[in-house]
Design a protein around this ligand. Structure first.
Ligand SMILES: *Cc1c(COP(=O)(O)O)cnc(C)c1O
Length: 871
């Protein structure tokens, strides 16, 4: 059996252990129980020798609480969480040290995943499962009178990301470690992560995410790893030993302080790393100013420096054109590159020509693209390499992933801003662009001069702002393409759109640079650990738990898809998960929901292109139909509990109105005695990773209904698929590949195709809306859900059929969507068919493990090979 599998075998299943079943749950008994458990464990400890690792878990947890927190007995679940986490942390660090000792000896090539966002979620459950310690810690907590699940629930999410892009980075780290690939993530240790979303009278309000207040057991501060990062100032040429050198003297300097977050692989001794940077002032405190009575100034430098890593920009699919954001980007890129180069130099001295054999970097979207200029600066200005040699090295080391087709999300920085904040980098980008456009002129030598000039202008890294001819912009996507070896999209359709539309000019020049790497999600977090009941059933049925690291094995479930007794077990798991979600809805909204109803879920960032609005319209239509029905007809209707969740960017007015529409419609429907047994709509606030882990296993239908051609991939669709949840969706992003793997007939596909949307957008004026659509528009406008004035802009945004309105073509897809929803109802009435499809989804999800994605990156782009420490 593979490493850790032995320890794991019964635990993966999540079957309650004997001690868990007999553990008393009454809080009053806890202290006595706890003292007895610890005394018992201490006796055992006395007979064993060695360090922390050999101390029995209950003793260790109690010790942590006693000596780190000064507590003694009668802990809350939150206390128990901290004690457990600090205990587990030591095993994690042991594994981390061993792995890095091994990698230091082997000196393999490393992949560095540069990302402004890592949406890690919680760590306790993932860590104990991945390390094979689940049984030990679940038992320990049981002996002490606690339940692992409740204890784990006390952990706050590490929400250092907005949505899909940040969560992808987190899944990738899990897969890299699991596949023993030498690799680290690099990012920012935001003091405030993604805002906490609350509802007030049905409107979104944003509260700061103060996630570090009770300490973070999952990080290690590296006091010996810090780098200076400069901003502003001036650039000079000097002669040193007869050679002209460029010297940048920044006007502002801060310190980047490293924090390591160990990333445990599953079923392997490998534990890799996510290194996050915290910004600190260069001088701790200006005592001079303080003594002179200038208290404010004494604090000023500190605040200015700390602001850099203070907050995550709460935007999704739109760049926040703020200087602080560029500062954040440069801050973490500069520190990360210095860090990598300093480790390289410690082993290889200045043999930089071999840097591409030892290190490569993946740019997660354009956010870290300043790395192109920064690596050039470090190699040319600091290390003294020739420009051409440095350029060869830089382009060999860097690769770029495009994540979006939204034109507004392709980052462009005003030359003025860049020149002021990063004067040397602006110069470097100008030299890169001169070389690039000169090369292009040669390459396009056959074209007529006018056409050639047009093509060159269209591909220039520095270009005019089309909306303001006075302003010049640096196009970060173009810089990333020119400065990289490989450029990839994140699903087949998206990679084609990148090649054929977004970056078509570049594709024509460098066709072989462009690749597809369809996204994936980690089957550990998103199936095995968040749905242990389903995992146990799968393991039982397949006779092995190897599917956790080899998801293609899930295809073995196809043989059972129509098996009645298997369907019954499958259905029982779903019911148990639905009961948990029902309990959560009860906790948040105070309502009991019908657990026999179809659980219909749409959870993702709120965005017009994701079309939550279209979902709400169909719910209103369903409501109106139910209202009209006779009691006889109603008895035949399929009851539904609809859940919508997601955050709206704080400045995204339309998205906030959509949230309010959801809550307003819910308020009417959920209280209507005619329909409330047949239809509910709830908005679940503060959607994040841990909420997703509760919702997804309970989902029966999930909605991925973006306008075709707008969702690059989507990854929640993959999480739902793994958990046997049927999909209603458009022919977009990874939905297409999911349908291919699941069987297209098993998916409720509807709507226009990506190839049609440009034409349809042009034909807006001639579009004849469906009468049902017109009726719904009148209802909302007429105040059926209150807040008439507030909803007016929502109605206007989709209802005037002129060019530019209803940009995301809700009206075009409306009728087809209602029809697809009817198919859903019909299918749900045939439970055997529904369950067969559900099983086919999980069985077809093998492709969407991020292990597969990461293997492809490693083989086709990174050329990084596994290196596993001995157990
Ligand atoms: C997976 C995930 C996402 C991405 O969801 P999409 O529906 O693919 O946009 C966003 N947020 C969280 C918390 C996630 O877990």
């Amino acid at each position: 059996m593979a490493y850790r599998q032995l320890q794991q075998s019964n635990r993966v299943a999540g079957a309650p252990t004997a001690s868990r079943q007999i553990a008393p749950r009454v809080a009053t008994g806890r202290r006595a129980l706890h003292v007895a458990a610890v005394a018992e464990a201490e006796k055992t400890a006395a007979t064993t020798r060695g360090g922390a690792a050999s101390v029995p878990a209950p003793v260790d947890i109690a010790n942590k609480l006693r000596y780190l927190f000064g507590r003694n007995g009668d802990y809350t679940n939150a206390d128990a969480y901290h004690g457990t986490a600090w205990s587990v942390r030591e095993k994690l660090i042991d594994s981390f040290n061993k792995t890095h000792e091994h990698w230091r000896k082997e000196d393999p090539k490393f992949i560095y995943y540069l990302s402004a966002e890592f949406l890690m979620g919680r760590s306790l459950t993932n860590t104990v499962y991945n390390l094979g310690l689940q049984g030990e810690y679940a038992d320990a907590l049981n002996q002490m009178g606690y339940e692992m699940e409740k204890v784990a629930d006390a952990e706050r999410d590490a929400a250092l990301g907005n949505g899909g892009l940040g969560r992808l980075a987190a899944c990738f780290l899990d897969s890299m470690a699991t596949l023993d690939l030498p690799g680290w993530g690099y990012g920012i240790r935001y003091k405030y992560g993604m805002f906490k979303q609350a509802l007030k009278n049905g409107y979104q309000i944003e509260q700061p995410d103060i996630w570090l207040t009770s300490g973070n057991p999952w990080e290690v501060r590296r006091d010996d790893v810090k780098f200076e990062v400069g901003f502003g100032g001036r650039v000079e040429r000097r002669k040193v030993n007869g050679k002209e050198v460029t010297v940048w003297t920044p006007s502002e300097k801060v310190i980047a302080q490293a924090y390591d977050n160990p990333i445990p692989g599953f079923d392997t001794p490998t534990t890799s790393n996510l290194r996050l940077w915290d910004a600190m002032p260069l001088t701790e405190f200006d005592l001079g100013a303080f003594n002179a009575g200038d208290y404010d100034r004494a604090m000023l430098d500190r605040e200015r420096a700390e602001a850099i890593s203070a907050v995550l920009y709460p935007n999704d699919s739109t760049p926040e054109g703020k200087e602080l954001r560029l500062k954040q980007q440069y801050f973490f890129v500069c520190a990360s590159l210095q860090d990598v180069l300093s480790r390289f130099k410690a082993v290889h001295g200045t043999a930089f020509e071999s840097l591409p054999d030892k290190a490569c970097f993946q740019l997660n979207d354009t956010h870290p693209t300043i790395a192109v200029a920064e690596l050039m600066r470090l190699l040319v200005d600091v290390e003294g390499l020739d420009w051409d040699q440095a350029w060869t090295i830089t382009t060999k080391c860097l690769n770029y992933t495009n994540h979006t087709v939204m034109p507004e999300a392709l980052e462009k920085w005003p030359v003025k801003v860049m020149a002021k904040m990063l004067p040397r980098h602006m110069e470097i980008i100008e030299v890169i662009n001169e070389g690039w456009t000169r090369w292009l002129a040669g390459h396009l030598g056959d074209l007529k001069s006018e056409e050639r000039a047009k093509r060159i202008a269209a591909m220039s890294i520095i270009h005019e702002n089309p909306w303001n001819k006075e302003e010049m912009l640096v196009n970060m996507a173009y810089l990333a393409v020119v400065g990289s070896s490989a450029v990839n999209g994140v699903a087949a359709i998206h990679s084609n759109i990148v090649k054929d539309e977004i970056l078509n000019d570049f594709y024509q020049i460098f066709p072989s640079k462009f690749q597809n790497k369809t996204n994936g999600v980690t089957p550990r977090r998103w199936l095995a650990w968040c749905n242990p009941e389903l995992a146990a059933l799968i393991t039982d049925t397949l006779g092995t738990s190897e599917w956790i690291n080899d998801t293609e094995k899930l295809a073995g479930l196809r043989a059972y898809a129509s098996d009645k007794s298997f369907q019954a077990k499958w259905s029982a798991v779903k019911k148990a998960k639905k009961a948990k979600l029902a309990a959560l809805i009860k906790k948040i909204h105070g309502d009991d929901v019908n657990q026999e109803a179809l659980f219909d879920i749409q959870i993702k960032r709120i965005h017009e292109y994701k079309r939550q609005y279209l979902n709400v319209l169909s719910i209103i239509w369903r409501y109106k139909q139910l209202k009209k029905m006779s009691p006889e007809e109603r008895r035949k209707a399929v009851p539904r509990v609809c859940v919508i969740g997601g955050k709206a960017a704080s400045a995204y007015d339309m998205a906030k109105r959509i949230i309010r529409l959801v809550t307003a419609v819910g308020d009417v429907i959920n209280r209507d005695p005619d329909t409330k047994d047949l239809l509910r709509l709830y908005f679940l606030p503060d959607y994040n990773v841990s909420l997703a882990e509760t919702i997804i296993p309970a989902a029966e239908l999930s909605q991925h209904i973006s306008t075709a051609g707008t969702e690059a991939s989507g990854t929640s669709n993959m999480k739902f698929q793994m958990n046997g949840c049927l999909i209603i969706g458009t022919w977009d992003g990874a939905n297409i590949e999911i349908a291919e793997e699941t069987g297209v007939d098993n998916v409720f596909v509807f709507g226009v195709r990506a190839e049609e949307i440009n034409q349809l957008r042009k034909e807006r004026k001639n579009f004849k809306t469906d009468p049902r659509w017109d009726e719904l528009m009148r209802d909302i406008e007429g105040g059926m859900f209150g807040d008439k004035d507030y909803f007016k802009p929502l109605v206007d945004s989709v209802n005037n059929m002129k060019v530019g309105n209803d940009w995301f073509l809700l009206a075009n897809d409306f009728a087809a969507y209602l029809e697809a929803q009817e198919e859903v109802d019909a299918c749900y009435k045939d439970q055997a068919e529904w369950l067969r499809r559900s099983i086919m989804y999980t069985a077809g999800s093998g492709k969407f493990s991020s292990d597969r994605t990461i293997r492809e990156y490693a083989e086709d782009i990174w050329h990084v090979k596994p290196s596993r420490p001995s157990a």
